[in-house]
Ligand binder design. Structure first.
Ligand code: HEM
Length: 504
């Protein structure tokens, strides 16, 4: 029995409708859109060995090979099986597009999080709940601006700490070879701590010193021991994972957590309503005003968020700034001709007077030096990773919910198709009019980009101008100069060097 024309039309319409519906269903997409290609294990292992050795050039070569072979999105081998899927994106437009969406907002839940209170994460940098994160983020961003650039209080603090550093170098290290590994850490820690608490760090206080050393240690995870340890975690079961994590990481982190909980308690006791001089005062005031029990500022949860947020600001802020300053100083010592151009600009604009942030507008070369260092030695080579909260499509690939997404920032900043001779330190490239169109994002991009970008830039400007106005910096032995990082891990930390600060 044949079908009538009406039945045929009805059948065709129904079939089309079913196909259209199916195509919109995530399950259909999952089956039809391919997953990103997985990188060859051998190639990745070679890159890990180069990274552990701090051989940036080899790692960048590896990235170029990966990109040539697989395109701009590549999945890491073993991750899918042992941890969870993880992809690396080497195309800035894709990173920019995806990092501003809510689907790629969360941070990976990595077990390192110390700011769990009753199993809920607190603070800013690791929050998974977008609404709660947004409340803390907006507040923190505004207050960092107010206690920073807006009211110029931050600039004054930064200038004060820079001047103390200059005095310290003049009195103790003038014309002597001095290791720079830790030279800038305490001044940077004090800048952030003064914005947060109004106080300088007291290093005679053993607890404060301990916290500082733990922060430093965590910032340079990436030595061979740690990489092997992390590899072990990947292949071991869950219980042993947790045990190892506890011994190696969580126990020292607990010390930091307790320090900031104690700090919050004592700040609360000393807080006088209406007297807002610091970030902590502003946070405590907000806690006092909070009436909505669901607010991140309400009651006990508000206090836990304060402890976690100040801890993050200090840990991330101080170390990011001091390591970046270390890189800038090292590059300028390695390239004396660039240092000379910088000093000519300093002398012509400042004469002998103390630099202020307003000088930045008329000191393009100094700004270019800071940018070029942040390009060539990208502090966070893979940004700070995110995790998808739903299935989505990126660059034509299906990315499943729970995938770790990292931006290949260091490879983009060193891509020869974008930056001419990327391996050469050439601040002048940032003076060209087309530099503005090039992908340059050391502070990240999208919803979770660094909330302290302005503050960090101001701080670096004040320290760089203050140091190079007063000293010429050189390497104690030019043959020893090594611009490779000590190791290539979550952060790029420079190799140890002794530098000589010669008064000008
Ligand atoms: C040269 C200095 C710095 C660099 C290169 C830097 C870079 C970054 C990057 C790449 C991210 C991740 C962005 C993303 O996920 O897209 C980030 C986030 C963050 N940074 Fe910075 N940063 C610096 C200084 C600071 C300072 C001084 C502070 C605090 C005073 C700070 C606090 C934070 C916080 C709290 C986050 C997490 C934001 C969130 O998840 O919402 N950073 N930073």
């Amino acid at each position: 029995m044949g079908i009538s024309p009406e039945e045929f039309v009805l059948f065709s319409i129904s079939l089309t409708a079913i196909i259209c519906l199916l195509r919109r269903s995530p399950r259909f997409k999952t089956n039809c859109i391919k997953s990103p290609p997985e990188a060859s294990l051998i190639l990745v292992l070679k890159m890990v060995v180069a990274a552990v050795r701090g051989n940036l050039k080899e790692v960048l070569k590896g990235h170029q090979l990966l990109q040539k072979r697989y395109g701009s999105i590549v999945a890491f081998p073993l991750f899918r099986t042992f941890i969870r899927p993880c992809i690396l994106i080497s195309d800035y437009q894709l990173v920019k597009g995806i990092f501003k969406t809510s689907a790629c907002f969360a941070r990976p839940n990595n077990g390192f999080t110390i700011y769990y209170f009753d199993d809920e994460v607190r603070g800013l940098g690791l929050h998974h709940d977008e609404a709660k994160w947004s409340e803390i983020r907006q507040f923190t961003f505004r207050k960092l601006q107010e206690h920073g650039t807006g009211k110029n209080a931050f600039d004054a603090i930064s200038a004060d700490e820079a001047s103390l550093l200059i005095t310290q170098i003049s009195e103790n290290y003038s014309n002597k070879a001095v290791p720079i590994d830790d030279l800038f850490s305490i001044p940077m820690m004090n800048v952030i701590w003064r914005v947060i608490s109004g106080r300088r760090f007291d290093f005679k206080d053993t607890e404060a010193s301990r916290v500082y050393h733990i922060i430093s240690k965590f910032f340079s995870v990436g030595d061979l021991k740690t990489v092997i340890f992390l590899a072990l975690l990947a292949v071991l079961g869950n219980i042993s994972n947790k045990l190892l994590l506890w011994i190696r990481f969580l126990k020292p982190l607990k010390t930091i957590r307790e320090f900031f909980i104690e700090y919050t308690k004592s700040s609360k006791e000393n807080f006088k309503e209406g007297e807002i001089n610091t970030f902590t005062d502003a946070f405590l005031q907000k806690i006092q005003e909070a009436r909505d029990p669901n607010s991140v500022f309400f009651g006990r949860v508000g206090e836990e968020n304060l402890a976690a947020t100040v801890g993050e600001l200090l840990a991330v802020g101080a170390k990011s700034s001091s390591v970046t300053l270390q890189w800038i100083t090292l590059y300028l010592a390695a390239y004396p001709e660039k240092q000379e151009i910088l000093q000519e600009e300093l002398d012509s604009v400042l004469g002998g007077r103390v630099p202020t942030i307003d000088d930045q507008k008329v000191m393009p070369y100094t700004t270019a030096v800071i940018k070029e260092t942040m390009r060539i030695a990208t502090l966070f080579p893979a940004g700070v990773p995110r995790q998808t909260t739903e299935d989505l499509t990126i660059g034509g690939y299906h990315i499943s919910k729970g995938t770790i997404v990292a931006s290949n920032t260091v490879a983009i900043h060193n891509d020869p198709d974008i930056w001419e001779d990327p391996e050469i330190f050439r601040p002048e490239r940032f003076l060209c009019s087309n530099a503005i169109d090039k992908p340059f994002f050391p502070f990240g991009t999208g919803k979770r980009s660094c909330p302290a970008e302005h503050l960090a830039k101001h701080n670096l400007f004040i320290f760089v101008t203050s140091i190079f106005q007063r000293f010429s910096v050189s390497v104690d032995n030019t043959e020893n100069i090594n611009l490779n990082p000590k190791h290539y891990s979550a952060t790029l930390v420079p190799s140890s060097h002794n530098l000589v600060f010669c008064p000008r």
